[in-house]
Design a protein around this ligand. Sequence first.
Ligand code: NI
Length: 174
Amino acid sequence: MTIRPIRYLGDPVLRRPAKKVSRVDDSIRRLIADMTESMYQAQGVGIAAPQIGVGLRVVVIGIPDEEPFALINPVVIKRSGERRLDEGCLSVPGYRGNLTRSIAVTVKALNEEGREIRVRAEDDLLAQALEHETDHVNGTLYVDRLDSKTDLVKLEPARVHSGGGAPAEDDEDE
Ligand code: NI
């Protein structure tokens, strides 16, 4: 496993719609392992392949205290409701935004074995991460979903992750 550097806002790889994975093989599973390591290293709760410079439709979600899992070719097939949330992104360090996300989200994808799965979440961090990470493989960042520039807040330097201690729950980035 290799920890790979996170790509930041301004890097064109984050803006290109990623390519569909045609076959889930060992190279994809190695990518997933690298993404998982890179996500934990950066203290994120989710990561998409473009964030480590790979233009493939692969995401990993790692909710605190739960097993991380991968979604390959994820598509949101159902969403309902609206809620206002605070959100961050590993590719936009030092900022948080306040935006509208769905309450319930269902994603269809392939798992690491190449089998079709559906993941449904409601009114929790997973539901937020499902939308956030699926956006990433479409070239969309959460900053695109803000109603106004004033909904983006620059964090005080003391609140920016510097590797010291575990982040509070509302400080996690995706
Ligand atoms: Ni993100």
